[in-house]
Structures are given as structure tokens and as C-alpha cells.
Design a protein around this ligand. Structure first.
Ligand code: AMP
Ligand code: MG
Length: 414
């Protein structure tokens, strides 16, 4: 069944084409919730947030020192004033400063209206109430104006931002105790394959542990997602169909691994065709060529390949951006760095590749990348050693040592 959102399926799509199909097809889910600030980290804002107050609310001192009015002083670095009181953070000085007078003031204390300058205590000497100043008195120096962080009615955060620790601090500074965020995306995931054994079991000949389910669970660990592990499904079209139809009814998205290719035990595409709609299922990328994307009822479905490294690549390149679309966040291109390759990299033209690399920073700060090891799509240990993808274009026919390449770091902690 094809409609305008589901163009012909059999073409081998480029990564860019696949991503643009995903982002053009998937519409944001409706549904928001109000969460306490303490539970809001990482959640996706569902509305713009404005400040209700100036911050700081009043002008205050940036230093421990002395505050006074500069008027009447020559601006020279040598003068004496009489201390007539103290302004503490949280305990303002309520008097009025006259000519020749100053107050002791501490960082964060309100600067009284009758003062317009603060000199740091390191640049003064106190003898009882007599304070000698050795620094020139600079008008407005060491004073943080009211609203110098943000002003009332100012836009603080724009939706659909995912809240960082810095955002949480900012919201707290503005006195905002709860925020409106997108509801969590309900995601079910499962693996397929007769060879898969659960962790803890003795392996029979031909069996392997079901690592994809753990890899997927770890990648899906995100405060925006409510994730359900639907287990391991046999290579049986009826079992697959029952799982897809049953799970589609109460999830926003389903992700499976395995059975997406063209082998005799690969049923994902034919079952999806039967019980839903296939948007695409073959990509010109390596690893990750068989990737079925479509819909069952209202539920989006990503049928990933079985090879673990292909799961890693296709999750990052397609599933995560698709889930971001459900959250109403337009997928943004990942950070790409142009660095020199320390390794020779083998590649045949045809498909774009996401090789696993180790990005390193040298003593002079220069970044280089090396292959993390051999690049077969079952090699999880190499993927575990890697900290980036080395992105090679479809027509690239290999990389020599010293060539420039593009890398996408998994994290900025190298
Ligand atoms: P498939 O896409 O089902 O043909 O699987 C491709 C390769 O990935 C085969 O070597 C599978 O044994 C392996 N594989 C499939 N599913 C998993 C899984 N859940 N965990 C680890 N390896 C898997
Ligand atoms: Mg299989």
C-alpha cells in the first residue's frame, strides 16, 4: 500500500534520502506533561520559557569590599572614607550613605541606592571605621546591574530544547519549579533469531547470546522514552506478525533487530508489508544495508539488521533522529570534525560507510583518528574500543594515512 508518505520501496536509498524520508514522514506526538524541575533533566520542552523576574533582582556587589558614592571623589587612587554600616548577602544595608562615607559590602549583597561604586577589600586598609583606598574609584565598578543575567519577560529557553544541567540551573535561578515537556515516547523493542540465547544460559552449538537487546536497551536509555523490552522472537513469520500487531497497539514506535535481510529466515519485510506499510528497507550504507522502516497502524517501526555493529550504526543514524521527530525536535546533523587519518582505511565505492575509529588529541591539541580495528559488522569489541564513526562517502575508494576524513564523535570525552 503506497501513499504520498510511502513512495516506492525497492530503491537502495542513500543515508540522506532515508533520513529525509524519516523526518518528513514522522509527525510529532501530541501530549505534554508538567514535570518538577528535579525530574526535568534531558526532557524536551513543550513550550518556550520566559523569565518572570529580573536576575539579579536588584543590583548587587561582585566583590567583598566597600561601597560608596563616587561623586565628590577625584577618581584618584588614594582617599579615605568612614565606614557606617554593612551590607550582607541576604541582609541589605537600609541606611543612606552621605559624602565621605562607605559601607562594608559582601559578594551578592544589594548595593544601596546611595552607592555607585565598589572597591575590592584587597585594595583597601581598615583602621577601625577609617578605610583607606588604594585603587582608583571607578564608577559602577564591581556592581552587577539588576537584570544583567536576564530580564523579566526575556525568553530563557526555546522549545523543543532538551534540558541540560545548565538549563535546569537557569530555570531554578528564574524561580521556575516545574516545566511543560513532551510526553515520553512509548517504545517497544525486541530481537529476532533462532540462534539467540538469553544471558545466563549455557550456549548450545550455533547459539550466541542476545547482545542486541542489551545494546538497544542501553541506547534507548533516555528520559524522553518509556521503554519496554518485548523479548526475543523466533524466526517465524507468524510469531513476528503476532508480536508486531500486538505491540503496535500500545506503542508509539517499535524497534527490532535481525531478520531484515533477504535470507530464507528473514521475515521482517514481508510481515511488515502484510500488517502495515513499508517506507523503505534497503540502504546504500555499510554496515546497515537492510533496514526496514514503516508503520503498523499508528506505530512507527524500525526493523534493524541483526549484526550488532549495524544495530549501533542504524540506531544512531536513523532510529534516534526518528524518535527525535516524535518528540517534535527536528533531527540536527551530528557534529562532524575534519581530522587527519592516522590509518589507511579500506573501502570500495558504492555505499557510504561508518567505520569505527579512535579519535585522539595530540599534545599540540591536534585531532587525529585511527581505525579502531577490523571493520566487520559483528565485531562489537572494536566498536566498544571506538569513540567515533569515521564517515566515508559512497564514492570514496579508500583513505591513505594523512588524508583528511570526517568523524562523528560518540561523546566529547575522548
Ligand atoms: P540477521 O540479520 O538476522 O540475518 O542476522 C545477522 C547476524 O547478526 C547473524 O550473524 C546473527 O546471528 C547476528 N544477530 C542477529 N540477532 C542478534 C542479536 N540479537 N544479538 C547478537 N547477534 C545477533
Ligand atoms: Mg536472523
Amino acid at each position: 500500500m503506497n501513499d504520498i508518505c510511502f513512495p516506492p520501496q525497492n530503491a537502495l536509498l542513500s543515508a540522506e534520502q532515508a533520513l529525509s524520508r524519516i523526518s518528513q514522514t514522522i509527525q510529532p506526538l501530541s501530549g505534554v506533561e508538567i514535570v518538577d524541575l528535579r525530574r526535568a533533566l534531558g526532557r524536551t520542552l513543550a513550550e518556550d520559557v520566559f523569565a518572570a523576574i529580573d536576575m539579579p533582582p536588584q543590583r548587587n556587589s561582585a566583590m567583598d569590599g566597600y561601597a560608596f558614592a563616587a561623586a565628590g571623589l577625584s577618581g584618584a587612587a588614594d582617599f579615605r572614607l568612614r565606614m557606617v554600616g554593612t551590607a550582607w548577602a541576604g541582609k541589605p544595608f537600609n541606611g543612606t550613605l552621605g559624602l565621605g562615607e562607605c559601607i562594608r559590602i559582601f559578594t551578592g549583597a544589594v548595593v544601596p541606592d546611595s552607592a555607585d561604586s565598589v572597591v575590592a577589600q584587597e585594595q583597601t586598609r581598615a583602621e577601625a571605621e577609617q578605610i583607606s583606598f588604594f585603587a582608583p574609584c571607578l564608577f559602577q565598578k564591581n556592581i552587577r546591574p539588576a537584570g544583567s543575567d536576564f530580564k523579566a519577560d526575556e525568553l530563557l529557553l526555546r522549545m523543543p530544547k532538551k534540558l541540560t544541567p545548565r538549563d535546569i540551573g537557569l530555570l531554578a535561578a528564574a524561580g521556575i519549579a516545574a516545566v511543560k515537556v513532551r510526553r515520553r515516547v512509548r517504545i517497544g523493542f525486541f530481537s529476532t533469531g533462532d540462534e539467540l540465547a538469553p544471558l545466563g544460559a549455557e550456549l548450545d552449538v550455533g547459539q550466541i547470546y542476545d547482545s542486541n537487546r542489551y545494546l538497544l536497551a542501553a541506547m534507548l536509555d533516555d528520559p524522553n522514552f518509556e521503554v519496554h523490552d518485548l523479548g526475543t522472537v523466533k524466526d517465524d513469520p507468524l510469531a513476528l506478525e503476532a508480536t508486531l500487531i500486538g505491540a503496535a497497539a500500545n506503542h508509539d514506535a517499535l524497534v527490532s533487530t535481525g531478520g531484515a535481510s533477504v535470507g530464507d529466515a528473514d521475515y521482517v519485510k514481508q510481515v511488515l508489508e502484510k500488517c502495515g506499510q513499508v517506507n523503505f528497507w534497503k540502504l546504500a550504507i555499510k554496515p546497515g544495508k537492510p533496514l526496514a522502516f514503516g508503520k503498523i497502524g499508528d506505530c512507527w517501526y524500525f526493523g534493524l539488521p541483526g549484526n550488532p555493529v549495524a544495530v549501533l550504526v542504524t540506531y544512531h543514524k536513523f532510529v534516534k533522529p526518528g524518535l527525535d521527530c516524535l518528540l517534535g525536535a527536528l533531527p540536527r546533523p551530528p557534529l562532524q570534525l575534519r581530522v587527519r587519518s592516522d590509518s589507511q582505511l579500506r573501502k570500495v565505492p558504492g555505499r557510504s560507510e561508518y567505520q569505527r575509529g579512535i579519535l585522539k588529541q595530540g599534545e599540540n591539541g591536534e585531532l587525529t583518528v585511527a581505525a579502531a580495528g577490523p571493520q566487520d559488522s559483528h565485531q562489537l569489541k572494536v566498536a566498544s574500543m571506538a569513540n567515533c564513526f569515521i564517515v566515508l562517502d559512497a564514492d570514496c575508494d579508500g583513505v591513505s594515512r594523512g588524508d583528511w576524513v570526517l568523524v562523528e564523535p560518540f561523546t566529547l570525552d575522548l
